[in-house]
Structures are given as structure tokens and as C-alpha cells.
Design a protein around this ligand. Structure first.
Ligand code: 5GP
Ligand code: ZN
Length: 112
């Protein structure tokens, strides 16, 4: 399977990792939209939140905890946003589930 984020997980494509566990990895976005822009992903391939099942939903809880922890580490106490894009209309360009942790500035009031 030709998946960019699976290649980042395996190390075939380099990334600036900021967190890693048995099931989750987080790394800096290559094209940051804000001073802090981190991607948090499961280490197993799943296309998007639309594919989550009862068997895999646990990893999303871990990702939320990692988001909270990284927000503290990166001094986002004033606020931040956690986003996952799903499918074409959702603006998803990499088809491996990922959550954007974005902050470090006053974010747009527009959500879409
Ligand atoms: P999406 O639009 O699918 O929600 O987000 C994909 C994100 O992956 C984008 O913010 C994009 O900048 C980021 N991205 C794409 N290719 C790479 C890469 O090779 N390395 C890293 N670190 N981020 C990438
Ligand atoms: Zn993948």
C-alpha cells in the first residue's frame, strides 16, 4: 500500500517526531498553518474517522490524550484546535487517519 504516513511510521520518509508510543506517533506538519502544527496518527493504517469501528475506536481516545499532553508541552495554554479532515469535501489529502493539533496564535473564528 502506498501511504505517505505509513512510510513516516516505518521511517522510510523522515519526520520531526515529537511523541511516540506503541500505537500512536506525532510529528510536525511539513507545511505548518500556525506556529504549532502537529499531526497525531495511529501507527496502524486506517483511512479516516469514517472507517473507525468498535475495535479501533480506542486509539482515538489515546490520540486525544496525546493532543492534550502536547498542547501542554508546546505551551498552548491559551487555546488550540484539534481537527480531523474526512474525505474530499472534508479536505483530506492524506488518506491515513490523522488529527491536526494547531495553535500558538489566535486562530481564525471561521471553522470552514
Ligand atoms: P489533510 O489535508 O489530509 O487533513 O492533512 C495532511 C497534512 O499532511 C497537511 O497539513 C500536510 O501539510 C501534511 N503533510 C503532507 N506531506 C507531509 C510530509 O511528507 N511530512 C509531514 N510532516 N507532513 C506532511
Ligand atoms: Zn497509512
Amino acid at each position: 500500500m502506498d501511504c505517505l504516513f505509513c512510510k513516516i511510521i516505518s521511517g522510510d520518509i523522515p519526520s520531526q517526531k515529537v511523541y511516540e508510543s506503541e500505537t500512536v506517533v506525532a510529528f510536525k506538519d511539513i507545511n505548518p498553518q500556525a506556529p504549532v502544527h502537529i499531526l497525531i496518527i495511529p501507527k496502524f493504517h486506517i483511512e479516516s474517522l469514517a472507517e473507525i469501528t468498535e475495535d479501533t475506536v480506542g486509539v482515538t481516545a489515546e490520540i486525544m490524550l496525546v493532543a492534550k499532553q502536547l498542547a501542554q508541552e508546546f505551551s498552548l495554554g491559551n487555546g488550540y484546535r484539534v481537527i480531523t479532515n474526512i474525505g474530499d469535501d472534508g479536505g483530506q489529502t492524506v488518506h491515513h487517519l490523522h488529527f491536526h493539533l494547531i495553535g500558538g496564535k489566535k486562530l481564525s473564528e471561521q471553522m470552514c
